[in-house]
Design a protein around this ligand. Structure first.
Ligand code: BTN
Length: 275
């Protein structure tokens, strides 16, 4: 679909209060996360919900400094702006909330069995369909007030799988591969917007996952599974029990003692594959 087609269709479908309050459509951009940062950095009145959508990214970024392949028309490459009144340590849960929104949209609109690999990848049949990169801007002069300037949530959803590189073709999947037919990206984005507004509203009541844990764990691919946790000390195997209010992954060792893994600090993978 052309850029104009996506823009026009999304305008018709979007039924949100603030998500997509302003939308920037780009044919090409370095990274939609960087575009939102530029907008927010140059105008402190940028509205919450400002959304950037690109047909292709020339320098798409993933977590842990990886690149994110974003070929033209092959996916949904989008980022949006949030201005939450929370402490920086609470912000990592936003990425879990965004994953819930994507999973809910894919389930509702396409009946896909989308699961979340903690903290925020969406997987189907053990292959990665969606990646989320959440970035914070911290004020240098908070003066006792809210130290968070803004949060950018960037979401990459593989829609067509015909251009995966050799590097990811065995671990990635796409919506059209899973559905077996073409889909309108605007429908997915519009559904995500509605789900995210609902979920983020619940998250903001407590600033944590306490009211969302049940819904999150209902689609958590790792629940009850053995995971390999890699950090500076090496690799250890644990059983994933679920999440706590902070969105940390609760894992148990063979002696029954539980520890909580914070997103971003470690890599968590399945024992026999990616999930
Ligand atoms: C990951 O799984 O490593 C996160 C990938 C996030 C990719 C999206 S695509 C839209 C937004 N712009 C970026 O540069 N990255 C995110």
């Amino acid at each position: 679909m052309s850029e104009k087609g996506l823009a026009a269709q999304l305008q018709d479908l979007l039924n949100t209060e603030w998500f997509g309050s302003r939308i920037i459509y780009l044919d090409a951009v370095d990274s939609t996360n960087d575009e939102i940062k530029r907008q927010a950095g140059s105008d402190s009145n940028c509205p919450e919900g400002l959304l950037a959508i690109a047909e292709r990214q020339t320098a798409g970024r993933g977590r842990r400094g990886r690149t994110w392949q974003s070929p033209a028309g092959s996916g949904i490459w989008m980022s949006f702006l949030l201005k939450p009144d929370i402490r920086p340590e609470q912000a990592s849960a936003i990425t879990l909330v965004a994953a819930m929104g994507v999973a809910a949209a894919l389930r509702e609109k396409l009946a896909l069995d989308a699961l979340i690999k903690w903290p925020n990848d969406i997987v189907i049949g053990g292959r990665k369909l969606v990646g989320i990169l959440t970035e914070l801007s911290i004020k240098t002069d908070a003066d006792g007030g809210n130290p968070i300037d803004y949060v950018v949530v960037g979401i990459g959803i593989n829609v067509r799988g015909d251009s995966f590189s050799d590097e990811i073709k065995n671990t990635a999947t796409s919506i059209e591969t899973e559905c077996g037919h073409t889909v309108d990206r605007s429908r997915i984005i519009a559904a995500f917007g509605c789900h995210f507004e609902r979920l983020y509203g619940i998250f903001k009541e407590d600033g944590d996952m306490r009211r969302l844990r049940g819904e999150y764990e209902a689609v958590l691919a790792n629940l009850g599974a053995e995971v390999a946790i890699t950090d500076a000390d090496g690799i250890r195997r644990r059983i994933a029990l679920g999440i706590n209010d902070a969105g940390e992954l609760a894992v148990q060792d063979a002696d029954g003692s539980t520890e909580y893994i914070r997103a971003g600090e470690v890599s968590v993978r399945g024992i026999y594959g990616y999930v």
